[in-house]
Write a protein that binds this ligand. Sequence first.
Ligand code: GAL
Length: 435
Amino acid sequence: MKKLTISILGIIIIIIISLLFLFLTESGESIRKKLLTSVEVKSNSLEIFSWWTAGGESEGLKELFKQFKKTNPGVEVVNATIVGGSGTKAQTVLYTRMKSDTPPDSFQVLAGPEFIETWVETGFLEPLTFLYEKNNWLKLFSRDVLNRITHDGEIYAVPLNIHRGNLIWYNLSIFRKYDLSPPETMEDLFNIAEILAENGITPLALGDKNIWPALGIFENTVISHLGPDGYSSLWENPDLWETDKLTFILKDFLKIIEYTNSDHAALTWDESVQYVIDGKCAMISIGDFAEGYFRSEGFMPEKNFQWFPYPGTKGIFSLISDVFTLPENAVNRENALQWLNLIGSKEGQDIFNPIKGSLSPRLDSDITMYHGYLQYSKKSYSSDKIVGSFTHGAEINDHWKMQISEIIHKLMIDNNIQKAIIQLQNAAADQLSLQ
Ligand code: GAL
C-alpha cells in the first residue's frame, strides 16, 4: 500500500514538473499558446475590446451584444473593457496584446491618422473593403469617416458612430436660477463664469485624471480662435503656430481652467459630468458622450440639461468616430465578421446610437429614431464645417498628440505660456519635417 502511494505520488510529481516545463520554457510557451487557442476556438466566443465602461456607452454596447446574441445564440460574447475614456489606458493594453499575437476578435479605436499609423501601417489588421462590397456599404457611409479609415485604397474598420467634441453642456436649473443665457463668445462665457463664481458655484466641471478632457478644452479654444480652416491648417504648416495667436489661445485656456473644480486632476470624465448633474458645477466642455451619460443617470435633455456650441465654434462640427476592426489572427474570425456586419448595419447603428448620444455614420440612418439632441446634432453634421478632433485621434498621429498633451498638462501646472508656445512650435516643426 505504502509503495503504491509512493509511486502515485512520483507520477504526480513527474506530471507537475513536465507541465511546469511546458509553461516556462520557450517551446512550452508555444505549446501553451496552441492549447489556449484551441480552447478558445472550441468555446465559440467573440471577444470585443473597448473602453466603454461609463453610463450611456456601456448600455449602448450591451444592447448591441443582446442583438448579436439573437442571431448568434451559440456564441459567448466576452466584453473586454479597460476603464479610462478616450482609450488612453486601453491602447496600451491593446498594444501589448497585439504585439504578443493574442488579439481580441475586434477592438474599438478612433478613426483618423492615429488609427492608420498605429494599427494599419504596422500590419496588425485585415482590410475590410470586401465586407463593404458584400454589404453594398461603399456609398452608404459618411465620407468624412471613411476617409479616416482608408489606407492605400483599402478600408480597415467599420464605423459605429459619430460624436461631436465642441460643445458645452449645462445644468438648466442653475442657469435659470441666475437668469443666464448661453454665451456666444469667449467674453460672454467669462462673464457668466464670473456671475456663477460670485454666487459660490463652480462654473465649469473638469475631470482630467486621464488628461484628455483638458486637451479637449484646449482644442476647442484653438478652434474658437482660429476657425475651422485655421485649425485644420495647423496640422499642415508649422509656420501657422504663430506666437501672437497662441498667446491669446493659451491665456483663454488657462482662464477657463481657473474656473474649474479644484479636484479636477482626481476625477475621470464621467465623474466630472456627474458634478453638473449634482449641481456642484454649472457647465462642462466635453464631447456628446456626456449626453448619453446624462440620460443614463435620468438627467434629461431640455428638462435638466441643455447645450450650446463652444463659444466661437458655432457652424463647426468637431468630429470623433468610434470604429471596430478585424485583427490579423483573430481567433474567432467568423464571429468577428458577424459582429462587424451587425455594427455596420442600419439596424445595429439605430439600436446603439440613440443610447450612446452619437449619430450613425450611415447616410440612410433613421433620424426619427433619434431624440432631441441628436436631431440637433444631425442638422449640424449635415450643414456645418467639419474638422477632426485631434484629442480623439481624428487629425494627427498619436506621437504628436501625446507631445501636445504633455505640454498642455505642464502648462496647467506652471502657467508658463512662453515656454509652452516654444514647445508647441517645436513639436509642430519636428512632426511636419518627418512627413
Ligand atoms: C471617446 C469615444 C467616445 C466615448 C469617450 C469616453 O474617445 O469616442 O465614444 O467613449 O471616449 O469614453
